[in-house]
Design a protein around this ligand. Structure first.
Ligand code: ZN
Length: 378
């Protein structure tokens, strides 16, 4: 396979890539609005059909539908490559008023352009180029509707398709310029304390402050952090009490947990379950758990990255690998033992931020690399 040919082919599609990207960004698709996500899905489905793709909708009740697209020969003896993307964004309907689509200084700006509408369009372009070059290796492009809110309904679909695939390529943005070979696992806990309320002046000794108890627990919980293990615990939200002259009967904290090692999931969970109130009258309720396992840097992923680095060099650029504390759907597939490479989408900055943008000049070489990776992966 000749990377120069792939690069030239992708370059000839550059206008196609830009116009599709603009159209997809202009179709808003916040996680909480199924109708608009489905409209974005139909847009992509139409383009996929032009490229000979076959579509299957996984209908959802409370979320947008999940779109499965298949390309290449179904009679191939080769296992498919699974390309993972999401159509939902963190941007509410009407965001264009403050964040219009625009091109400036070699960048495209707009809600969801980096995370991850550019990745979706790059995947379609890569598939189209391989088709032009008569490379018929099977490809599944799975576009879900709930990644930004935890991938609850899409997770089983993602996991099922990953199990039948040779490798998983995640279309999330690059980490600066790097592909991602490791991601932390993510957990969320709520710690709720119930105490006994009393008048702070008249009946002080009859009260049992939920706030005081929670404050002590926060010290303990924060102490679970072990930077050397890549384990972090952040009490990001606290609330409780009613008035300054009332001893608080209720207080709670919402806690974000990140783990680098899969084995730490059970360890952290045990620590949360073993928490005890120091004031015996206060009651504790702990809910939550680890919901994304970590994507550990395993041999299968390292091999994929080495292959990507070699192909990138042939395409004329240097590719690094990086680890991140953020989770993606790649966490699920990597945890199943399926070689997973992440960050294969666009180069840009400001995901989930008002200045979200992608750097236009990287679209073509990165799409060529994605196509070459699909073709080369055994
Ligand atoms: Zn994303």
């Amino acid at each position: 396979m000749n990377t120069d040919t792939i690069l030239a082919k992708v370059r000839s599609q550059e206008k196609w890539i830009h116009s599709r990207l603009r159209a997809l960004v202009l179709q808003e698709s916040p996680s909480e609005d199924p109708a608009s996500i489905n409209a974005a899905g139909r847009l992509v489905e139409g383009w996929a059909k032009e490229l000979g793709g076959k579509s299957r909708w996984h209908r959802q009740k409370d979320f947008g539908d999940v779109l499965e697209l298949r390309f290449g020969s179904p009679r191939s003896s080769q296992k498919p490559v699974l390309l993972l993307g999401h159509l939902d964004t963190v941007w509410s309907l009407g965001t264009f008023k403050s964040m219009p689509w625009r091109e400036s200084q070699g960048k495209f700006f707009g809600p969801g352009v980096l995370d991850m509408k550019a990745g979706v369009v790059m995947a379609l372009a890569a598939v189209g180029v391989l088709r032009d070059l008569k490379i018929t290796r099977p490809v599944i492009l799975l576009l879900n509707s709930d990644e930004e809110i935890g991938s609850t309904v899409s997770r089983p679909i993602t996991e099922r398709l990953a199990k039948e695939s040779a490798a998983v390529f995640v279309l999330e943005p690059a980490q600066l310029f790097a592909y991602k070979t490791a991601r932390k696992g993510v957990g969320h806990y709520t710690v709720r304390v119930t105490g006994v309320s009393a008048h702070a002046g008249v009946d002080f000794q009859r009260g049992h402050s939920a706030i005081l108890e929670l404050a002590k627990l926060i010290q303990t919980i924060s102490g679970f952090t072990d930077l050397q293990r890549g384990l972090t615990v952040n009490c990001g939200v606290i609330a409780g009490g009613t008035r300054s002259n009332v001893i608080a009967s209720e207080a709670h904290a919402e806690v974000d947990v990140r783990i680098a090692r899969a084995s730490d999931a059970a360890l952290v969970d045990r620590k949360f379950r073993k928490l005890k109130a120091s004031d015996k009258v206060c009651k504790l309720e702990i809910t939550g758990g680890i919901n994304r396992p970590p994507m550990e840097r395993k041999p299968g992923t390292i091999a994929l990255f080495k292959q990507a680095k070699k192909l990138a060099a042939q395409l004329g650029f240097d590719l690094d690998e990086a680890a991140t504390g953020g989770g993606s759907d790649g966490n699920f597939t990597a945890a199943l033992g399926v070689p997973t490479l992440d960050g294969m989408g666009a180069v840009g900055e400001g995901a989930h931020a008002a200045h979200e943008n992608i750097v236009i000049e990287h679209l073509v070489p990165r799409t060529a690399l994605l196509a070459a990776m699909i073709a080369e992966t055994a």
